[in-house]
Design a binder for this molecule. Structure first.
Ligand code: ADP
Length: 242
C-alpha cells in the first residue's frame, strides 16, 4: 500500500464509455474505462491514433459528455452537470494547454495570461502570477504580442495562462505537437517543474514516447481501453508496450 492509497484521487473515472454517432456510423471511442489520477502527479496518455486518448482527456476535462459511467473531479461528480454548470466547473478547476497555443493575437503576453481570470471576474494573485511567470522565464516577455514570440515562448505563455488560475488539473493535448525537439523538451521540463515545484497535477496526451517518459505514470490506450499502466517507464519501455 502506498501513501497515495489513503488520499482521495483528484480525478476518478468509473466505467466510462463514449459512443459517437448511431447505427452504421457508431464509433465506440471509450469502453468502460475506470482509472484514478492522484494530485501532484504527471500522467501521460499514449496510444495509436484513433485509440481514444483525446476522448479520454476531453471527457475527464468536461469538454465532452460520456455515454455511460461517472467522472469525479476534485470531489465533484461532473457527469450529469448542465452545460452551464460544466462551463463554470471547467473555468474554476481545469487548465488547458493545446497543440495550437490559442493565444489572442492582439493581446500582450501578460493580457493573454490574465484574460481567463478577468473574464471570470476572479481576483488575480499577483505574487503567484509573478512566481509562475518567473518560473517560465517570461518576465522579460510580458509586453510582447504573440507574433513577437517564438513558438516555444508562445506555448510558455499558454502554460502560464493555465497555471495562474491554480487549476486542480492541468490537461495538455499534444502540447509539443507544433514545436521542434529542443523547444519541446523545454516545454516538457516546464510542465515537469509545475508538478515538482508548484504541486500541479498534469495529464497529457502525447504520441511521443520521449515526451511521455518525462511523466510519473504512462497509461497506454488501445481500442478505447487502458491496456497498460506504467510507473516511471523509460522511452524504451514505453516503446515495447505502445
Ligand atoms: P486519439 O486521440 O487516440 O487519436 P480519439 O479519442 O480522437 O483518438 O478518437 C477515438 C475514436 O473516436 C476514433 O475512431 C475517432 O474517429 C472517433 N471520434 C472522435 N471524436 C469523434 C467525433 N466528434 N465524432 C465521431 N467520431 C469521433
Amino acid at each position: 500500500m502506498t501513501q497515495q492509497d489513503n488520499v482521495a484521487p483528484i480525478a476518478q473515472l468509473r466505467g466510462v464509455s463514449k459512443i459517437y454517432g448511431q447505427g452504421s456510423t457508431e464509433v465506440k471511442a471509450l469502453h468502460g474505462v475506470s482509472v484514478d489520477f492522484h494530485a501532484g502527479k504527471f500522467t501521460a496518455i499514449m496510444g495509436p491514433s484513433g485509440s481514444g486518448k483525446s476522448t479520454m482527456l476531453h471527457t475527464l476535462a468536461g469538454l465532452d459528455s460520456v455515454t455511460a459511467g461517472t467522472i469525479t473531479i476534485a470531489g465533484k461528480q461532473i457527469t450529469g452537470l448542465s452545460d452551464k454548470e460544466l462551463t463554470h466547473f471547467r473555468r474554476d478547476h481545469i487548465g488547458f494547454i493545446f497543440q495550437s497555443f490559442n493565444l489572442i493575437p492582439t493581446l500582450t503576453a501578460k493580457d493573454n495570461i490574465e484574460l481567463p481570470m478577468r473574464l471570470a471576474g476572479a481576483k488575480i494573485d499577483k505574487n503567484w502570477l509573478e512566481q509562475v511567470v518567473a518560473s517560465l522565464e517570461l518576465t522579460e516577455r510580458l509586453t510582447h504580442k504573440p507574433y513577437q514570440l517564438s513558438g516555444g515562448q508562445q506555448q510558455r505563455v499558454a502554460v502560464a495562462r493555465a497555471l495562474v488560475a491554480r487549476p486542480a488539473i492541468l490537461v495538455a493535448d499534444e502540447p509539443t505537437g507544433n514545436l521542434d525537439s529542443k523547444t519541446s523538451s523545454e516545454v516538457l521540463s516546464l510542465l515537469r517543474n509545475a508538478v515538482d515545484q508548484l504541486q500541479q497535477t498534469v495529464i497529457m496526451v502525447t504520441h511521443d514516447r520521449h515526451a511521455a517518459a518525462i511523466a510519473d505514470r504512462v497509461l497506454v490506450v488501445r481500442d478505447g481501453q487502458i491496456v497498460a499502466d506504467l510507473d516511471h517507464p523509460t522511452a524504451d519501455q514505453i516503446a515495447q508496450v505502445a
